[in-house]
Write a protein of this length. Structure first.
Length: 208
C-alpha cells in the first residue's frame, strides 16, 4: 500500500491518519539522537554538534519499555501466542541529495512486492514498512522514515544533504506463532501510521 498525505499539521491525527487508524488511540513520543557522534559543525557554532529530534505517535496499547537515549522500546501483544518487541531509533546522516522516497527505497529494499507492507509520502518526507524474509521461525518487520534535516553550510558539505532517519525494527518472540494477519493487517499498518505523521527537527548540542 502506498499513500500520500497532504495535511499541514501532525497534530491533526483524525485527518492525517487513515480512517481505520483514526479510531484507535495514539500518543505522542519524542526522542533525540545522542550527541555522540552527531554531525560536526563549523564556524561560529563549532563547539556544537548537530543531531535530530524525532516526534512520532504510537498506539497506547504498545507497552513502553526502558531504553537508552536516542531510542524508544515497546512490547505489543497481537494475540495470546504472538508478541512483538519494537525499537525506534533516530539518527542524522550526510548523504547525496535527492527525494526522500528514493532515499528510503534505497536504504530499505523489499525482497518482493508482497514484503512491502506500507509506504507513503507526506510533504518532503517518506516512509516504508517491510517484512523481512523469515529468521529462524521468527517474524521481523523493518521500517524507515526519512526527511531532510538541514542543508546549512556549516553542517553539510557542498553538494550533500543532512537527512534525519527514523528506523523501526520489530521482532516476534522465539517460539511464538505469529501468522500473517499479525504483521500484514495489524503491526505493519500500525508502524506505518506511526511514521505517517512523524517529523524531525535539527538540534544543536554543545560538544563534550
Amino acid at each position: 500500500m502506498t499513500r500520500q498525505l497532504l495535511v499541514p499539521s501532525a497534530l491533526a491525527l483524525s485527518i492525517a491518519l487513515p480512517a481505520a487508524a483514526a479510531t484507535s488511540r495514539f500518543e505522542a513520543r519524542t526522542f533525540t539522537e545522542p550527541a555522540k557522534p552527531g554531525l560536526a559543525v563549523t564556524g561560529a557554532l563549532s563547539n556544537y554538534v548537530a543531531t535530530a529530534t524525532a516526534h512520532v505517535v504510537v498506539p497506547v496499547k504498545w507497552h513502553r519499555r526502558a531504553s537508552p537515549a536516542g531510542r524508544l522500546r515497546f512490547a505489543t501483544t497481537q494475540n495470546p501466542s504472538c508478541r512483538y518487541s519494537l525499537v525506534y531509533t533516530v539518527r542524522s546522516v550526510i548523504a547525496a541529495p535527492g527525494t526522500a522516497a528514493d532515499f528510503v527505497a534505497t536504504k530499505l529494499p523489499a525482497a518482493s512486492a508482497r514484503h512491502l507492507l506500507d509506504s507513503g509520502l507526506r510533504g518532503s518526507a517518506a516512509w516504508r514498512v517491510v517484512r523481512q524474509p523469515g529468521i529462524g521461525g521468527r517474524v521481523r518487520v523493518d521500517a524507515l522514515w526519512a526527511g531532510v534535516l538541514t542543508r546549512r553550510a556549516d553542517v553539510v558539505p557542498a553538494g550533500r544533504t543532512a537527512w534525519a532517519q527514523i528506523q523501526v525494527t520489530a521482532r516476534s518472540r522465539k517460539g511464538d506463532e505469529c501468522h500473517a494477519g499479525t504483521w500484514r493487517e495489524a503491526l505493519g499498518p500500525e508502524i506505518g501510521d506511526s511514521l505517517a505523521v512523524a517529523r524531525a527537527k535539527l538540534k544543536f548540542t554543545r560538544a563534550s
